[in-house]
Design a protein around this ligand. Structure first.
Ligand code: HPA
Length: 287
């Protein structure tokens, strides 16, 4: 069975479980950021383990289930938990769920993650919009033959394609407005992805800052690349869970990342609730 056929089988399975729900908006919730899933009304819950060919998440704080339903009245499909390269998954496995969301009908995806803050003015607990990224994974998930059948709109699915607005400007403007209504402001940053799983050294963080990065993490970039290949619009939101290596006074730990995530997940959920009904029209994905 080809990779495309596996994705199609997983998407068909999910479609049958979702019934009449046809969400155009997908949301991926990162480490410790699961609260938005609890805000979904009449949820259809599908554990990843039940979906054919779907990779299983092995990290603590990542539940590994699909939660689909109405978020503030608007249909969404949420991935609560993602898989990472450092878990031993291949680039194709890491991006399998994004391909499935595309074939399911998703036209806009909100990618959230926990990240280390490189910018001197970021503080733990702050939410930052991704304006751009730097791929330091050492690989690209599109390596290999191009598969044009993954395109979700006419001009997509190309071998070579533009990444100058990988993270939608219109969606960023929408998110800033919604955040202000919630009483906080959203800065824009540049997210650099490393393969992990070790945190960075202080010298790496200095190097990444010199490269123009303001955030560092171990996910999101492969998903964004694959989403853009399909023609899916992307909104990226990092939760700064800690100061990057060498910038704070305490050693980095997964506990610190999870704990800060827990403190911020309700604010993120409130933001996503406000955003959900406004997203489809912003990118012309109502139908
Ligand atoms: N580095 C890499 N990934 C992370 C960090 C970090 O400091 N914090 C949360 N995810």
């Amino acid at each position: 069975m080809t990779y495309y056929d596996q994705v199609a089988e997983a998407a068909a399975f999910l479609k049958s479980r979702l019934g009449s729900l046809a969400p155009k908006v997908g949301i991926v919730l990162g480490s410790g950021l699961g609260a938005a899933a609890q805000a979904v009304a009449n949820p259809v819950i599908v554990p990843y383990a039940e979906i054919p060919h779907f990779p299983q998440s092995t990290v603590e704080g990542h539940s590994g289930r699909i939660v689909a339903g109405a978020l503030n009245g608007s249909p969404v499909v949420i991935m609560q938990g993602r898989v990472h390269y450092y878990e031993g998954y291949s680039p194709l496995e890491v991006t399998f769920p994004m391909r499935v969301l595309g074939l399911l009908g998703v036209r806009v995806v909100v990618l959230t993650n926990a990240a280390g803050g490189i910018h001197a003015e970021y503080h733990p607990g702050q939410l930052v919009l991704l304006a751009d990224h730097i791929n330091q994974m050492g690989w690209n998930p599109l390596n290999g033959p191009n598969e044009p059948r993954f395109a979700v709109r006419p001009a997509a699915g190309l071998r070579f394609f533009d990444m100058t607005e990988a993270y939608s400007k219109a969606l960023r403007a929408l998110a800033k407005k919604a955040a202000l209504e919630e009483g906080f402001s959203l800065e824009e940053g540049v997210y650099l992805a490393t393969p992990g799983p070790s945190f960075e050294t202080p010298a790496e963080i200095r190097a990444f800052r010199a490269l123009g990065a303001t955030l560092v993490g171990m996910s999101t970039v492969p998903e964004t690349i694959v989403a853009r290949h399909m023609g899916i619009e992307v909104l990226g939101i990092s939760c700064v869970t800690n100061l990057a290596a060498g910038l704070g006074s305490t050693p980095l730990s997964h506990e610190e990342v999870s704990e800060t995530g827990r403190q911020v997940e309700n604010r993120l959920a409130a933001l996503l609730k406000r955003l959900a009904p406004r997203i489809p029209a912003t990118v012309g994905a109502e139908s």
